[in-house]
Design a protein around this ligand. Structure first.
Ligand SMILES: [Zn+2]
Length: 523
C-alpha cells in the first residue's frame, strides 16, 4: 500500500452537465480514494470545474449573463450533481477561485523569469471548439475531427511556452518509469507522440479578442487560459488545502481523449516550473452506447443521472466499475445494467443478505450465536473471504476494478454455496441442531460483514445499509482486520431483513421508469 495518495479527476468544462465519461472517471476516483482512506492511507481527492475560455464567454453571451454568473450556475450544478451521487471529494476547485488565479500567475512569472516563456507570432488553423491549432495532417477533410467544422485561419502575436526544451527529459522519464502512464498502451502512445518534434505551446490570447481568462502577470494586455490555467488546478487545489506534501503521490485519472495534454503538455510544464512530476497518469477508455459512438443525432446518449434516479447510485457504480476493464473501451446498455443488477447485485449479494437476516430473525430473534470452530466447512468459507480480500486489493492497486469486484463476488458465491451445503433450513427443524444452526448463521453474518467492508469503496450506500442491518457499530465496521468470529459479540442483535436490490422486471418496472429501490438514491 502506498504511504499516501492524491487522486484527481480532470476538471470538467463548465458548459454542460455530467455525462457518462465524466461520471465514470469520477466514480473510479471516488472508489479509489475510499479504498485508500479505508486502509488508513492519507488521501486527498480533488475534482472541480474549468471555467475560462471562448466557449464559456460565448455561452454566457448567448444566455445574456456575465461569464462569471454563467460559470457560477454551471459549477454549482456540477457540484450538486456529485453531492447527490454521494461522491466523497475532499476538494472542489474552480479555476475562477482567487487562490487558483494567484497560483497560476506565480507559476507563469517564474517560468517567464527563467526564460521558458517568449513572445512570438501565433498563426495557423484554429478550432474554436477545441481551443487549439490544428496541423493540416490532423484535419479530416479539412475539418476538425472533434467538431466537424473547418478551422479558422488566425495570426496574432502571443506568448509561447518553450515546451520543446523538455521533450528529451520527458521521454527519458517515461522510458525509465514504466508505471508513469498506465495502462501500457497509453504509455506507448505517449512515447510515439514524443518521437515527433514537439514544438512550443501558445499560452495566451490578447484581451481584445478574449478577456475571459487569467491575466498574464507580466503583460496586462493578455490572458492565459486552457493549459496553464486548467492543468495547474492539480497542484493549486492541493496547495489551497494545505496538503502539498501529497503532491509526489499524485494519481491523475483521465479519459483517453485528453492523453496528449496530460502525458506531454502537463509534465513539460511541471519540469519548467520546477515542480516534481506526478506519480501516475491513469488512462481509461470510452463508453459506447449499444455498440455505437454516443451522439445526439443517434439519440443514444446515456444520461448517468437518469440511470441513477431509475436504478440507484450503487447499481450505476457497480455497472460502471464491473463492466469496463480500465483502459479499454466498454459498451453501455440499459439491458446490460439491468442484467448485472439482477444477477450480481440481487442474486449474489442481496439474496445472501435477505436470507441470512431472515433466518437470524426467525430462529434466534436476531441474537447472534457463537461459532463452533471445529467445523472444517466453516474454515473454508473464512478462507474464501481472506482470498477475496487479497485479490481485491491487488486488483485495485493494479487499476483492474472489474477484477476486484469479481474477486469479491467469488467470496459471495462461496457464502451462497455454503448455505446450500450446510442446509440450515433443514437442520433448524431438529431442536438438537440449534447450536449448529446458530454457528452457520454466524458464519453467514461474518460473510456479509466482510463483504460489506470490502464493497464499501465501490458500493458505499449498500455497505452502510448492511452495517446497520448487521447491528455493527462504526468502529467495528471500520476495522478491516477484525478476525473472523470476533466482530459480533454474543447478544449482538441483527436488524430486520432488507431487500438491498429488488429485482428489476425487464419488461415492466424498468421501462416504466419506476424507482427500483425502496429508498431514494439521493443522499
Ligand atoms: Zn474542434
Amino acid at each position: 500500500m502506498q504511504p499516501a495518495v492524491y487522486v484527481t479527476t480532470p476538471i470538467f468544462y463548465a458548459n454542460a452537465d455530467p455525462h457518462i465519461g465524466s461520471t465514470y472517471t469520477t466514480v473510479v476516483c471516488d472508489a479509489f480514494a475510499r479504498f485508500h482512506r479505508q486502509r488508513g492511507v492519507p488521501t486527498f481527492f480533488l475534482t472541480g470545474t474549468d471555467e475560462h475560455g471562448e466557449k464559456i464567454a460565448e455561452a454566457a453571451a448567448a444566455a445574456g449573463i456575465t461569464p462569471q454568473a454563467f460559470v457560477d450556475q454551471v459549477s454549482a450544478r456540477f457540484r450538486s450533481a456529485w453531492d447527490e451521487c454521494g461522491i466523497a471529494y475532499d476538494g472542489f476547485i474552480r479555476t475562477t477561485d482567487a487562490h487558483h488565479v494567484g497560483f497560476v500567475q506565480d507559476v507563469l512569472a517564474r517560468i517567464h523569469a527563467s526564460g521558458d516563456i517568449y513572445f512570438g507570432e501565433y498563426s495557423g488553423l484554429y478550432c474554436v471548439g477545441c481551443e487549439r491549432l490544428y496541423t493540416e495532417k490532423e484535419l479530416v477533410d479539412g475539418r476538425c475531427p472533434q467538431h466537424l467544422v473547418p478551422p479558422v485561419e488566425v495570426s496574432e502575436p502571443n506568448y509561447f511556452f518553450r515546451m520543446s526544451r523538455y521533450q528529451d527529459e520527458l521521454r527519458r522519464h517515461i522510458e525509465s518509469n514504466p508505471d508513469f502512464i498506465r495502462p501500457e498502451g497509453y504509455r506507448n502512445e505517449a512515447l510515439a507522440m514524443l518521437r515527433e518534434p514537439l514544438g512550443d505551446l501558445c499560452i495566451s490570447r490578447p484581451k481584445t479578442r478574449l478577456s475571459w481568462g487569467i491575466e498574464i502577470p507580466f503583460d496586462r494586455d493578455y490572458v492565459t487560459y486552457v493549459w496553464f490555467d486548467a492543468l495547474l488546478n492539480y497542484p493549486s487545489g492541493l496547495d489551497r488545502a494545505g496538503r502539498m506534501e501529497l503532491w509526489p503521490q499524485t494519481h491523475h485519472f483521465i479519459g483517453k481523449d485528453i492523453l496528449k495534454t496530460h502525458a506531454v503538455f502537463w509534465p513539460t510544464m511541471l519540469l519548467a516550473a520546477g515542480l516534481p512530476l506526478f506519480r501516475h497518469l491513469d488512462v481509461h477508455g470510452f463508453w459506447s452506447s449499444g455498440g455505437q459512438k454516443m451522439s445526439k443525432s443517434l439519440g443514444n446518449v446515456v444520461q448517468p443521472l437518469e440511470m441513477r434516479d431509475r436504478y440507484g447510485m450503487d447499481t450505476l457504480r457497480y455497472f460502471l466499475l464491473r463492466e469496463m476493464a480500465f483502459g479499454q473501451d466498454a459498451d453501455f446498455t440499459e439491458a446490460a445494467l439491468v442484467g448485472r443488477r439482477n444477477s450480481d447485485l440481487a442474486n449474489g449479494l442481496g439474496n445472501l443478505a435477505s436470507r441470512t437476516l431472515a433466518m437470524s430473525k426467525k430462529w434466534f430473534d436476531g441474537a447472534v450465536q457463537p461459532i463452533d470452530p471445529r467445523e472444517p466447512v466453516d474454515v473454508e468459507l473464512e478462507r474464501a473471504f481472506a482470498r477475496a480480500r487479497v485479490e481485491l486489493e491487488e486488483h485495485v492497486l493494479g487499476l483492474a476494478f472489474h477484477r476486484a469486484l469479481e474477486a469479491l463476488w467469488r467470496g459471495l458465491d462461496a457464502a451462497n454455496k455454503y448455505i446450500v451445503e450446510t442446509a440450515p433450513f433443514t437442520l433448524a427443524k431438529d431442536p438438537a441442531q440449534r447450536p449448529r444452526v446458530g454457528a452457520i448463521l454466524h458464519n453467514c453474518l461474518e460473510s456479509l460483514r466482510v463483504a460489506a467492508q470490502l464493497a464499501a469503496p465501490f458500493l458505499p450506500e449498500t455497505a452502510e445499509r448492511l452495517r446497520e442491518s448487521l447491528g455493527l457499530d462504526e468502529a467495528t465496521f471500520a476495522d478491516l482486520d477484525r478476525a473472523w468470529g470476533r466482530a459480533f459479540p454474543a447478544g449482538t442483535a441483527t436488524g430486520e431483513p432488507v431487500n438491498l436490490f429488488p429485482r428489476i422486471e425487464t419488461d415492466g418496472a424498468a421501462k416504466a421508469g419506476a424507482p427500483a429501490t425502496g429508498r431514494p438514491s439521493r443522499v
